[in-house]
Design a protein around this ligand. Structure first.
Ligand SMILES: NC(=O)c1ccc[n+]([C@@H]2O[C@H](COP(=O)([O-])OP(=O)(O)OC[C@H]3O[C@@H](n4cnc5c(N)ncnc54)[C@H](OP(=O)(O)O)[C@@H]3O)[C@@H](O)[C@H]2O)c1
Length: 297
């Protein structure tokens, strides 16, 4: 299968490319070759290269910076999905796109289903919600996967930041009043690779799916599990580090975050006949991958 992967240099894109390249012809142009802020280029590239499947893992993901860089956030996360969708229709390609738990306002206390009403609290969430709508309205046959709290063995993410801090600090404060589900890019890539080897989005199953690991925790709970797993896999070199739970108010950021953003996987698991792993098991697998990867000479 000929796949066009946008955002191949990102943390999710890297995991997808590594897995999908085992069975598909994956073309992954850089953001300079294919800038989502340039609709004409995006349209031309897609219609000239004629992929069967377009996977869009590209996004403006700097949640706090987006509060002031509004135009770029909406262009990349919102408007570009109309261009991608219409180009896909023109060449009869299907689309896989990723959205976010941050489209919800966080007032729920049980996992959000796909039919729950969105209410973004920040520019990033608004821009991603616009992207969902633009893609659905374009008429493209697409699966939109809302994912949450992504981390992986590469890229910029919470796990890799914690692994660095565990060896630099003796005390780390971590927010303990936002609940969500850490989700491993490696686990996601394997599950999506298995699915897409056998089927592609079809008109009858196109739409939005929630795709995260199972269970829920806070950032403090996530950090505690990172520490436990890092100790198990001998990734702590120095002395003792301790974690301290703090409130969101004690760690002010430009963008508001939802207090609760766990997503229900029921629709995804039933449709694709898969079981998502518990977030803590997926975390341990990724930490093990990091611990066992060859080090540069
Ligand atoms: N990270 C999370 O916790 C999280 C949570 C929920 C949902 N998501 C969603 O999951 C998806 C993957 O996120 P991620 O964490 O893997 O993102 P990431 O690591 O920040 O990577 C973003 C990718 O987008 C590319 N990109 C940025 N601006 C671009 C532009 N103007 N034109 C073309 N490409 C551009 C980047 O290219 P360069 O490297 O060249 O800049 C990079 O490859 C996104 O849709 C994101 O919204 C992420």
């Amino acid at each position: 299968m000929h796949i066009l992967l946008l955002g191949g240099s990102g943390q999710l894109g890297t995991a997808l490319q590594a897995t999908f390249s085992n069975w598909a012809n994956v073309v992954a142009p850089s953001s300079t070759t294919l800038n989502l802020e340039n609709p004409q280029n995006v349209h031309n590239f897609i219609t000239q290269t004629r992929p069967e499947l377009i996977i869009n893992a590209a996004a403006y993901t700097a949640v706090d910076k987006a509060e002031t860089d509004i135009h770029a956030a909406f262009a990349i996360n919102g408007e570009s999905l109309e261009t991608i969708g219409k180009a896909a229709v023109a060449i009869n390609a299907s689309v896989v796109h990723f959205s976010t738990d941050y489209i919800f306002d966080g007032t729920a206390d049980t996992p959000y289903s796909e039919t729950a009403t969105p209410g973004p609290l920040n520019i990033y969430g608004h821009s991603k919600l616009l992207g969902e709508k633009k893609l659905l309205d374009s008429g493209a046959t697409a699966w939109i996967f809302r994912v949450s709290w992504l981390y992986g063995a590469s890229g910029r993410n919470f796990l890799l930041t914690m692994l660095r801090l565990f060896n630099e600090r003796t005390k780390i404060n971590v927010v303990d009043d936002q609940v969500g589900t850490p989700t491993s890019t490696e686990a996601m890539a394997h599950i999506l690779s298995d699915i897409l080897q056998h089927t592609r989005p079809q008109p009858h199953d196109a739409g939005i799916y929630h795709l995260t690991c199972k269970g829920q925790t806070t950032w403090f709970g996530f950090a505690s599990a990172c520490l436990k797993s890092a100790k198990t896999h001998d990734l702590i070199c120095g002395g003792n580090v301790t974690l301290h739970p703090i409130s969101s108010e004690a760690y002010p950021l430009a963008a508001r975050r939802p207090k609760y953003s766990a997503l229900s996987n029921e629709k995804f698991e039933a449709k694709f006949n898969v079981k998502m792993p518990e977030w803590s098991c997926a975390l341990d697998n990724t930490v093990s991958l990091i611990a066992h990867r060859p080090t540069a000479e």
